[in-house]
Design a protein around this ligand. Sequence first.
Ligand code: MGD
Ligand code: MGD
Ligand code: MO
Length: 652
Amino acid sequence: MSGTNGPRGQATKGRRDRVPKTYTRLTHPLVRDSRDEPFRRATWEEALTRTAEGLAAHRGAFAMLACARATNEMNYVAQKFARVVMGTHNVDSCNRTCHAPSVAGLSAAFGSGGGTSSYEEVEHTDLIVMWGSNARFAHPIFFQHVLKGIHNGARMYAVDPRRTSTAQWAESWLGLNVGTDIAMAHAIGREIIHAGLANMAFIERATTGFDEYAKLVEPWTLSLAEKVTGVPAEAIRDLAHAYARAERAQLCWTLGITEHHNGTDNVRALINLSLLTGHVGRYGSGLQPLRGQNNVQGGGDMGAIPNRLPGFQDILDADIRHRFEQAWGTTLVPHYGLNLTEMFEGMEDGTIRAVYCIGENPAQSEADSEQAVRRLSGLDFLVVQDIFMTKTAQLADVVLPATAGWAETDGTTTNSERRVQRVRKAVVPPGEAREDVDIICDVASRLGHDWKYADAEAVWNELRAVSPLHFGMTYDRLDEHQGIQWPCPDTDALEPPYLHGRLWDADPARRGRLAPFGLVQHDPPVDVTDEEYPLRLTTGRRLDSYNTGVQSSGFASPLRRGEYVELCPEDARRYGVEVDEEVQVTSRRGSVRAPVWVDPGLRPGLAFMTMHFPDEVDTNKLTIEANCPIAGTAEFKASAIRIDKLPIAAIR
Ligand SMILES: Nc1nc2c(c(=O)[nH]1)N[C@H]1C(S)=C(S)[C@@H](COP(=O)(O)OP(=O)(O)OC[C@H]3O[C@@H](n4cnc5c(=O)[nH]c(N)nc54)[C@H](O)[C@@H]3O)O[C@H]1N2
Ligand SMILES: Nc1nc2c(c(=O)[nH]1)N[C@H]1C(S)=C(S)[C@@H](COP(=O)(O)OP(=O)(O)OC[C@H]3O[C@@H](n4cnc5c(=O)[nH]c(N)nc54)[C@H](O)[C@@H]3O)O[C@H]1N2
Ligand SMILES: [Mo]
């Protein structure tokens, strides 16, 4: 064992060492003439020219992935590159794999995709519902606000198949079966209506479709919901009454809701509960889809998504398109581009032949990763711009070393309460690494587009001029207010910290568009459990590691214990397996070996793995690429697996 990255502690004593792969920073450009050759070091001049040539040869079959960890300025320039230089809206990011359903669901209900509340409101609310969110591990900063809320007297409920570290702080944990959230939400809705707790004044004033909704949820009695979700009727009733009776309530959700084949429907089922009770558009009451990456909110706001121009403006609107055409001196195609999921399908059918991948590692983060690797390997041209030599970069023709958006670059990022904040260059980047924006501009200039930005602020000011959401946020004001939430249309005023206050306006004219109830149906996971694959596998995160591990595997941590397949004590006994014993884990798509961990927070029939150690255990070989048809997000949270003991000879 290296002594730095190895697992520590009593529980892991005596087991075979599994030292996670460590990554070192990219320090100079790399190129190769064919995929069979190793990479060789190249000058920036050669690498940029090859990139430009490779992309120019595939103008009609191009897709771009932008980085949700890099700055707004970088995302703005990246999407402009796709649209202006390559003439396509095929630009997307890992927003697709996490909160695209939240954006789609919130947009359908309220016309805009942002979370409705600010962080501080969770400190001044009466009820906090953490639904499919392990914020204690995945959003520890937000969770500090939650803890302050609890300290101030708020009650907290957790709805999660696992009794997570977050759920341990809750007054009540509703441990539902994976993929039964709509059943649970509908039963809560029905109970609120039947108990006479619906906020009829708000419903009449601000919503549409209530009668249809009431009819839709009518069959979802508490006892039917108990059968489907596995949660006692009394606990569901208790949450329904607590939510409806609370003066103010925050409903927070994350991937337990979105990473399903019907993620957008799940989101709409939760939004319905806020419409039913009026828990939206007021200070302390709202909806918080906690975004995953430091700047995944900003990436989308900057237009690094295939259906929106910067400022979340619809490509299909001719006036909006025209304004951008004027600003950028170009013509824009009048239809949406391909999202990440469709790009990968396009690699299969030949519509996508070249990819410019900036700060994403889809070779390990996509569901059914063997399929993803095969598709990436089949491209005619792949350029990867990253800070580490990722598995995706290893498949590329050209690798460009970037500076990190965090601490090595000036710019801004936008967090999940829609707050834009400045980030600053504080450390010297390694070797010849260059800023993402400068690299993209250099490729653009080789393809005939000379964009001159003196600094990050110049990019930001160009964005402000085309995005009313951001117009009022000068760099000076961002400093003065320590970050500003969008919308901020005026340079001399600030908007309230929450969205959709207009829904409460007494004047119907100012109330604007009403919020429709979402008429969605319960629909269980695609990958069914049966005799051959009897266990439900759900995947997610731990506190000590980050996503595909590229950025978190390179440091020592006494917390990190590598990958495990986690089972409840009963299942471990049933299969006759022990902590640390290596087993074969198999789904309908692939098979991996992993050691066992026993977690009493799981229920019988449920297994858990992370996505953090794909070089040692590639969990995404197991997951299913069943996508939400509206948002394109895969059902990472529900696969069917079996575990097999290894033959004695296979155990070291
Ligand atoms: N430490 C750490 N923090 C991170 C990350 C990281 O890798 N490490 N990644 C960041 C990113 S990109 C994101 S998107 C966020 C994600 O943040 P979270 O969404 O909080 O993280 P997950 O662990 O993926 O999933 C959350 C919970 O969903 C539950 N769940 C699974 N299936 C279901 C279901 O059917 N219904 C319900 N109600 N719940 C279910 C799981 O048990 C899990 O506890 O975290 C961000 N923060
Ligand atoms: N099984 C399973 N799979 C999942 C999920 C799950 O819950 N379960 N969750 C999904 C989710 S929510 C997400 S968000 C995805 C994440 O999927 P990815 O975004 O593909 O994975 P990351 O490991 O976050 O990769 C980020 C990359 O960005 C690079 N990077 C960081 N900063 C910069 C920068 O400033 N510039 C450049 N150029 N590069 C930079 C890092 O080196 C790293 O290679 O995974 C998805 N996959
Ligand atoms: Mo994410």
